[in-house]
Ligand binder design. Structure first.
Ligand code: FAD
Length: 436
């Protein structure tokens, strides 16, 4: 009898788990179903490129059906689970509720932005986690330029030309650097805005940017960004915000129409409805083989799981990175295949290969296999790394072409917020001919 293996989530962890299972299990021996709310993997390290228009949005995603051979893809939202009954409850995109039975379940549901209780934040800030966030940010920047250009004086332009990013990890640092690069590129076409000038402010609660990389590299990154005119406020928090301003813990009030929130992630709320044991940060508790605590046939990986990191002292949880999710996906694929055959499962072992922070303009910082790199060599290494990690030759070529075109021809400045939102068709009104 074929085994039912369900993978919840089709991001880095889920896709790589499915690929490994397809390789390890004979086709007739299992039915693999991957449930995801979107039909692609978002290659997040390239999201800043999509937000800044240097990469075509379709080129930073990997359609699941193109990468998987015989896994069934189910476009649905996971809503809850009952591990005692081996049930996963989902709602399909057309609104049907379905209950899926499993022999083995892999949870790879990723994370969502960790929104703090800052007054005004949820209503007015933009996140930087999804493709929709990235495109919204690009469109917002362009709309701001259009509005600012039409205003009568520099004072009223100011709030439209100020961009605040809160959180100086990967996403914040790369996001603000790429956005500034983009605005600098297109502002030539907005003469009043160019004269008024822009402001880019990066706010970080810790005492330095990028706690993930060595202090010397973080210092280089800060110097590089300051050299481009960016303001960096460390040991500072966002205290409150509204549609037109952000107020910091220092008391400074910044007139700004755009605040991007990049201050950390947490597991999505659905993780709390799966009947699984969670740690204090809300991640699923697993052992070093990624089997969920107290559940023989449930596994969890990626950002949603607290997988003990063999590289960390005292076995802290692995950091929420794509590098870890990919390796956990492959290992959990092996382990689930082994469990189905009654063989021994193995521990997750992985030492981070490196960290790259691409700041655009041919500048980056990197820490590769213990070697610190900065400037152009780091930038080149970062781009080469992403080219090799992006699945599929055609996608790699598209990325390389996008980057090359951007180098020679600059970026497009059309604001395409209407994409995907067509106007409703209107009934033809039949007007009576007026009497003469
Ligand atoms: C802007 C940005 C830049 C980053 N840069 C880097 C980098 O340079 N290097 C690096 O290593 N990491 C980077 N990361 C982190 C990396 O993206 C994550 O660690 C990685 O995506 C985690 O993989 P995952 O499989 O756990 O989750 P994901 O890849 O997020 O996949 C989760 C999947 O589950 C789906 N899903 C969620 N909820 C449901 C539901 N209820 N029902 C069905 N499907 C659901 C989601 O749509 C998604 O497809 C970056 C993250 C961001 C936001």
């Amino acid at each position: 009898m074929a085994h039912d293996v369900i993978i919840a989530g089709g991001g880095f962890g889920g896709l790589y788990a499915a690929r490994r299972l397809e390789r390890r299990l004979p086709r007739h021996s299992a039915r693999i179903v991957l449930v995801s709310d979107v039909n692609f993997l978002l290659y997040t390290p390239l999201l800043p490129g999509a937000a800044s228009g240097s990469l075509e949005p379709r080129h930073v995603v990997v359609p699941l059906r193109e990468e998987l051979e015989w896994t069934e893809i189910m476009l649905a939202r996971v809503e809850s689970a009952d591990p005692a009954m081996r049930d996963l409850r989902v709602r399909t995109i057309d609104g049907r509720e379905e209950t899926l039975r499993y022999d083995q379940l892999i949870v790879a549901l990723g994370s969502v932005s960790r929104v703090m209780p800052v007054p005004g934040l949820a209503e007015h800030a933009i996140g930087f986690k999804t493709l929709a966030d990235a495109i919204a940010l690009r469109n917002r920047a362009l709309l701001n330029l259009e509005i600012a250009e039409s205003l009568p004086d520099d004072e009223s332009r100011r709030e439209y030309l100020t961009f605040v990013f809160v959180g100086a990890g990967y996403a914040g640092l790369e996001g603000i650097a790429e956005l500034q690069d983009f605005v600098t590129d297109v502002i030539e076409r907005y003469p009043r805005c160019r004269l008024a000038g822009t402001r880019f402010i990066l706010v970080e609660a810790r005492d330095r940017v990028m706690s993930e990389i060595p202090a010397s590299l973080a210092e280089f990154a800060s110097r590089e960004l300051r050299g481009r005119g960016m303001e960096i406020r460390t040991s500072t928090m966002l205290e409150t915000m509204d549609a037109r301003s952000a107020t910091l813990s220092t008391g400074e009030r910044i007139p700004a129409r755009t605040v991007c929130w990049t201050a950390g992630v947490k597991p999505p709320p659905v993780v709390g409805r799966l009947g699984l044991s969670l740690d204090e940060s809300g991640r699923i508790e697993v052992d070093s083989t990624m089997r969920v605590k107290g559940r023989e046939n449930v596994w969890a990986i990626g950002d949603a799981a607290a997988v003990p990191d063999p590289a960390m002292r005292r076995r802290q949880a692995s950091p929420p990175t794509a590098q870890h999710a990919i390796r956990q996906g492959r290992r959990v694929g092996e382990n689930v295949a082994a469990a189905l055959r009654g063989r021994r499962t193995k521990r997750f072992r992985y030492r981070t290969l490196g960290v790259f922070v691409d700041m655009g303009q041919h500048q980056a910082v990197a820490h590769m296999l213990g070697v610190p790199l900065r400037g152009f060599p780091a930038w080149f290494a970062a781009r080469t790394y992403h080219l090799t990690m992006m699945p599929g030759m055609a996608r790699r070529v598209r990325l390389a072409l996008d980057w090359s075109v951007g180098l020679f021809f600059g970026r497009a400045s059309a604001e395409l917020g209407q994409l995907g939102h067509p106007a409703a068709l209107e009934h033809e009104t039949h007007e009576e001919p007026s009497e003469r």
